[in-house]
Design a protein. Structure first.
Lengths: 94, 500
């Protein structure tokens, strides 16, 4: 168990944020930790399951995958988005 | 006694290119401090300063300028501008003075480098006046806000900001140190005078002077107009340098330094001038939108001068044009949301009428930035103020040191631009900032952003209180919503009106 910092890029929010998680957290817990800083602050809540993927990846991490096993680097940018939303199709700028 | 005309003696008097006997030319003008790209002194003999003045003329004119600005201030001291100005306008004043006043003094040391290590006598001559200009700018921009310190501690940041680790100040200092304090004479001429002063100080000084006059703040308007007349003179140091470098096969080198400076200046001005023009200045006093001003002064005029001097548009120009439409909205939202961490009280600038103006000037604003402000507005309406504040840090860019942000809403185009260099991971806000780093990694690689410092344990305790202490923000100095959320009541009133 160890603290692990990640960069959260939350769907429809405007800024990257620091999110501290634990290496034992699974991806659902990572999504919930990221949501604290976006949903209800600048992003409207909506029903559905939040998924986590590496920046630029087309597929999300498995929901029960632990941070320690995801091969993420400290402060790596992960995208958190609602499953089934059009965010899957997004084309990042530039 | 008959006095010679200036042009009859100017060239002889300013030609101070002596032949050294006791040291070599290289020792007298080391490359690191001249930044002459290996060109010999002869290459710079063609330097012809476009603005010629002598010391007596300079002193006479400056004296008149100072007399003008100080007399306006003295005459208006009883006008109670502090008491009558809108809170948004006070935010403009505080952010401007804190970010700029001491930077001007730093700029005088950069001018000194050109005075001593410039290879052309005309360049050294102009820079001597430029050096004195910058000292004046620092003094006058410390003197004017000082009258408000007893009324409002945030004005103390005109002097204090530069010595702190407050995040916006870290960003300003990182840029200023890069393009003027740590460059050789030619580098300063290209990056400070040509790219930054010709291109961008017009934005801050002419744009805000117009808004100040509209807002009835004649002291500030005359102050910054007075400064701009100096800037427009010594900004001309860079132009002849560009011509010499292009002629002697050093176009790529000149272009590279100018491209770095333009990109970096853009990022800083997107947070300094963008919110001031489009959100803080009261709606009825806005002359032009930030985007309109950028298009007129940067896209129109500055782009033309680049091409006329034989340079190209920077490689990132298309991205830059796109950012003019969008970037500063996120900078503003970031400043406002993390408002306890700045030394001014940012005006939200999103009352119903202001949102309508934003949508007119920036079509699509409601579908992007408006979505975030909708959530904030609902929280404020319900009194859920804790949700209008942050509980973590934004990730900041390892180059511009500003929050990595971009367009929200269904478009959601934001992303990180990462880079691993010598085993360390860096995070950038844009291709432009990452490119700047890659030009000279050794220059930038050891700097730690505020987030790096936080993760390194330098900010204790690791919470908002610790961060505020680290940034030297004492109670009474931390920012809050400029209007104390009065704008929310306008939203409430409008809804009630519609419902009835």
């Amino acid at each position: 168990m160890a603290l692990f910092p990640l960069t959260s890029n939350f769907q429809e929010d405007f800024v990257l944020q620091l999110v501290a998680v634990d290496t034992e957290n699974n991806m659902d817990e990572v999504a919930a930790a990221a949501a604290v800083h976006s949903v209800g602050r600048r992003v409207k809540a909506r029903p559905g399951v939040l998924r986590v993927r590496r920046q630029g990846a087309s597929e999300p991490f498995a929901r029960d995958l632990k941070v320690a096993d995801a091969g993420l680097r400290p402060m790596e940018c992960v995208e958190i988005y609602w499953e089934g939303s059009t965010a899957n199709l997004r084309e990042p700028r530039h | 006694m008959t006095v010679l005309n200036r042009l009859d003696w100017y060239d002889i008097a300013r030609n101070t290119n002596w032949t050294p006997k006791y040291v070599s030319d290289q020792e007298l003008f080391p490359e690191e401090l001249t930044c002459a790209f290996g060109l010999a002194a002869e290459a710079f003999e063609e330097y012809d300063e476009p603005y010629k003045t002598t010391y007596p003329e300079y002193v006479k004119i400056q004296r008149e300028k100072d007399a003008g600005a100080y007399s306006v201030k003295a005459a208006l001291e009883r006008s109670k501008i502090y008491e009558t100005a809108s809170p948004g306008w006070l935010a403009v004043l505080k952010s401007h003075f804190g970010a700029i006043a001491r930077g001007e003094y730093s700029a005088s040391s950069a001018e000194c480098r050109m005075v001593r290590f410039g290879r052309a006598p005309g360049m050294r001559n102009m820079a001597t006046f430029g050096m004195m200009d910058e000292i004046r700018h620092s003094q006058i921009q410390l003197f004017f806000p000082h009258q408000y310190v007893s009324k409002d501690r945030q004005f103390d940041w005109a002097f204090k900001a530069y010595d702190t680790n407050e995040w916006a100040m870290l960003a300003a200092r990182h840029f200023f140190d890069d393009m003027m304090v740590t460059r050789g004479a030619v580098g300063v001429g290209l990056m400070l005078t040509f790219a930054f002063e010709t291109g961008f100080t017009n934005m801050q000084f002419l744009g805000l002077a117009a808004d100040a006059a509209e807002a009835g703040d004649w002291s500030f308007s005359s102050l910054i107009s007075s400064i701009q007349t100096d800037e427009s003179r010594h900004a001309q140091i860079g132009g002849p340098l560009v011509q010499i470098l292009v002629k002697n096969g050093k176009k790529a080198e000149a272009q590279r330094l100018i491209d770095i400076s333009i990109w970096r200046a853009w990022k800083l001005f997107s947070i300094l001038t963008g919110p001031a023009m489009d959100y803080y200045t009261p709606l009825e006093h806005r002359k032009q939108s930030f985007k309109e001003f950028m298009q007129e002064w940067i896209v129109g005029q500055f782009e033309r001068s680049l091409l006329e001097l034989g340079l190209d548009k920077p490689w990132y120009w298309d991205n830059f044009l796109k950012e003019i439409d969008e970037q500063h909205h996120g900078m503003h939202l970031g400043v406002w949301f993390w408002r306890p961490t700045v030394w001014w009280n940012p005006a939200a600038g999103v009352s119903p009428a202001e949102r309508q103006w934003l949508e007119e000037k920036y079509p699509g604003w409601n579908e992007t930035w408006g979505h975030c402000w909708d959530v904030i507005t609902e929280n404020a309406l319900e009194g859920n103020m804790a949700k209008t504040l942050p509980e973590t840090l934004p990730v900041v860019c390892n180059m511009c040191q500003l929050p990595i942000n971009y367009t929200p809403g269904p478009k959601w185009t934001m992303r990180d631009f990462p880079l691993t260099y010598a085993g360390r991971d860096y995070h950038f806000c844009s291709e432009g900032c990452r490119w700047v780093f890659e030009q000279e990694p050794g220059r930038y690689k050891d700097h730690q952003s505020l987030v790096d410092r936080f993760l390194d344990g330098q900010i204790q305790p690791p919470d908002l209180g610790g961060a505020l202490k680290y940034m030297s923000l004492a109670p009474g100095e931390m920012g809050d919503d400029a209007l104390k959320f009065a704008w929310v009541e306008e939203v409430r009133a409008e809804r009630l009106k519609k419902a009835s």
